[in-house]
Design a protein around this ligand. Structure first.
Ligand SMILES: Cc1cc2nc3c(=O)[nH]c(=O)nc-3n(C[C@H](O)[C@H](O)[C@H](O)COP(=O)(O)O)c2cc1C
Length: 330
C-alpha cells in the first residue's frame, strides 16, 4: 500500500513527505538518503559557499541516488546578498527539475525555472502569501506553521488553523510543515487538507544528517518547550534552540536592543561551530517545537518507512474503526 496524493503525483515521488531546505544541514548525504527512501529532499543552495560548489553538491547527490531530488533557494533580505542569479543558473544548468523557493516573493525566479521545465514548490507562512504564490503560477505550496524551525513569519498561526485555512483557498498541491515528525502528524495534515508534509527538525536528527552527534542527542533529550523566538522586535522572527546564546539575544532585544547589539552573538560562524564541533551553546542553531516528538536517531529509510507504514495503519485501523453505522454507536 502507499499514500497517493496530488503532491506525489505532481512532484513524482513515492511518499507525501518532503525534507525542506536546511542551512548547513541540507547536503548530499541527507538529500540522497531522503530520495532513496522515496521522499523529496532539497539541497540547500546557500549552504554552498559559491555557485560552483552548488554544482559539485548536486553532482555528489547524483552519485548517491538516481531518484528525483530538488534544490532549495532561500531569498532573504541581506546587506550583501548572495549572487542569486548565479545559483539559479547552476540549478538550471544541472538539470534539476524541482526547486523549493522560500523567504520572499518567487516571481523574479519563476519565468526562468518554468522555461526550463522546473517545478516550483513555494514555501510560505501565511494564507495570503500562499494565495499570491498560487496566482503567480507556482506548482505547489508548502505552508509552514508557527511551530516550525526557522522563520515562522509574524502572524503566529499554528498549523491547526493555518493548514485548513490555506487548504480552503489553494487548489494546487499543498504540503504542510511545522511540528511534523511522525505518522500522526502526516495523517493529521492530510485530514486538515494538505497533500503531504514537509519536515526539517525530524530529518535533521537522522543518521545521514551531517551535523555533530551532540546536536542530535540534544534534540532527542529536548522537549517541545526547548526553542526561543529571536528577532521578534525586528520583525524577522526565527525559531531556534533555546540555549545561553539565544536567551541572551531575546533578553537584549526585549530591553530595546537593536540588531547591532546582538550581531556578534548570532553570527553564522558561531552557529556553524554548533553543527561542526558539537558545542550546543556555541551559537544560534535552528530547530523547531517538533523536538518534543523526536525521541531517536533513525536512518532516513527507517524514518520514512515508519511514518508511512504507521500512517497507513492509523488510517485503515484506528480511524476506520471509529466509523461505525449509527445503530452500532453507544
Ligand atoms: C537547521 C535548519 C535550517 C533551516 N534552514 C532553512 C533554510 O535555509 N531555508 C528554508 O527555506 N528553510 C529552512 N529551514 C526550515 C525547514 O525547511 C522547514 O520548513 C522547517 O524545519 C519545518 O518545520 P519543522 O522543523 O517543525 O519540521 C531550516 C530548518 C532547520 C531545522
Amino acid at each position: 500500500m502507499s499514500i497517493r496524493t496530488k503532491f506525489t503525483e505532481t512532484f513524482g515521488v513515492e511518499h507525501p513527505i518532503a525534507q525542506g531546505g536546511m542551512q548547513w544541514v541540507g547536503r548530499a548525504e541527507l538529500v540522497a538518503a531522503v530520495a532513496n527512501a522515496g521522499a523529496l529532499g532539497f539541497i540547500t543552495a546557500l549552504t554552498q559557499p559559491t555557485p560552483a560548489d552548488l554544482a559539485n553538491e548536486i553532482a555528489r547527490t547524483r552519485d548517491l541516488t538516481d531518484k528525483p531530488f530538488g534544490v532549495n533557494l532561500t531569498i532573504l533580505p541581506a546587506i550583501n546578498p548572495p549572487p542569486y542569479d548565479e545559483y539559479r543558473q547552476v540549478i538550471v544548468d544541472a538539470g534539476i527539475k524541482i526547486v523549493e523557493t522560500a523567504g520572499s516573493n518567487p516571481a523574479p525566479h519563476l519565468p526562468m525555472f518554468h522555461d526550463n521545465g522546473i517545478k516550483v514548490l513555494h514555501k510560505c507562512t501565511s494564507v495570503r502569501h500562499a494565495v499570491k504564490a498560487q496566482s503567480l503560477g507556482v506548482d505547489g505550496i508548502s505552508i509552514d506553521g508557527f511551530e516550525c524551525a526557522g522563520h515562522p513569519g509574524e502572524d503566529d498561526i499554528p498549523g491547526l488553523v493555518l493548514i485548513p485555512a490555506a487548504a480552503d483557498k489553494i487548489e494546487i498541491p499543498m504540503i504542510a510543515s511545522g511540528g511534523f515528525a511522525d505518522a500522526r502528524g502526516l495523517v493529521a495534515a492530510l485530514a486538515l487538507g494538505a497533500d503531504g508534509i514537509n519536515m526539517g527538525s525530524r530529518f535533521m536528527c537522522t543518521v545521514e544528517s551531517c551535523i555533530h552527534q551532540n546536536v542530535k542527542e540534544a534534540i532527542v533529550a529536548g522537549d517541545e518547550r526547548g526553542t526561543e523566538l529571536i528577532f521578534r522586535s525586528l520583525h524577522n522572527t526565527a525559531r531556534v534552540a533555546s540555549n545561553t546564546v539565544s536567551r541572551e539575544v531575546v533578553e537584549i532585544l526585549k530591553q530595546g536592543g537593536q540588531f547591532d547589539d546582538v550581531k556578534d552573538l548570532v553570527a553564522g560562524v558561531r552557529g556553524r561551530r554548533v553543527f561542526d564541533e558539537g558545542d550546543v551553546d556555541a551559537g544560534i542553531w535552528t530547530v523547531g517545537t517538533a523536538m518534543g516528538l523526536i525521541n531517536d536517531i533513525p536512518t532516513v529509510s527507517e524514518l520514512v518507512s515508519r511514518i508511512v507504514g504507521e500512517a497507513e495503519d492509523l488510517i485503515t485501523g484506528r480511524l476506520t474503526g471509529m466509523v461505525a453505522p449509527v445503530a452500532q454507536r453507544v
